[in-house]
Design a protein. Structure first.
Length: 158
């Protein structure tokens, strides 16, 4: 545990106040401190960097596979139909120039966002420009409040 003297604490507090009052402007006349990270130097020479707060929604999980293959596939629904295992359904639209086979993997995610299982789907001989439905079944039931997320897409020549 570090002990800071009253004088050291006063200097650090003053440095924080000065740093907060002295926002710099970028080349476009904007407030650089409001858009980027904030760096503060304490009395003992320590530097603390704090990222600017963000209001953006979290990004969707990355889907493994080539981008031009991944964008061929949508995952439209997920439920416990029939066999009491999570079943995902969607559409494949082959945007390549040749007939293609697809192998899809999806994750089963609980209400807290944790992956609790996975499933697979496969569709063969999708014609160029053609759209077909796909369906895959997982190894677990869809938990209450859970969902399915596309995890990977692979496209092969038919």
């Amino acid at each position: 545990m570090a002990i800071i003297s009253k004088a050291g604490a006063a200097v650090a507090a003053a440095a924080l106040l000065v740093a907060g009052a002295c926002a710099s402007e970028d080349d476009n006349g904007g407030d650089e401190a409001a858009n980027d990270e904030t760096t503060t130097t304490a009395a003992a020479g320590e530097t603390t960097t704090t990222a600017a707060p963000t209001t953006e929604a979290p990004a969707t999980p990355d889907v493994a596979g080539e981008p031009d293959e991944v964008d061929d596939v949508t995952l439209d629904s997920c439920d416990n139909s029939g066999v009491d295992l999570a079943t995902a359904r969607g559409t494949i639209t082959n945007d390549s120039s040749e007939p293609s086979n697809y192998l899809l993997e999806f994750s089963v995610v609980d209400g807290a966002g944790a992956v609790v299982g996975s499933g697979f789907g496969a569709v063969n001989n999708v014609q160029p420009g053609g759209s077909v439905p796909w369906e895959g079944t997982s190894d677990v039931a869809l938990p209450e409040g859970g969902t399915c997320q596309l995890a990977s897409v692979e496209r092969f020549s038919a």
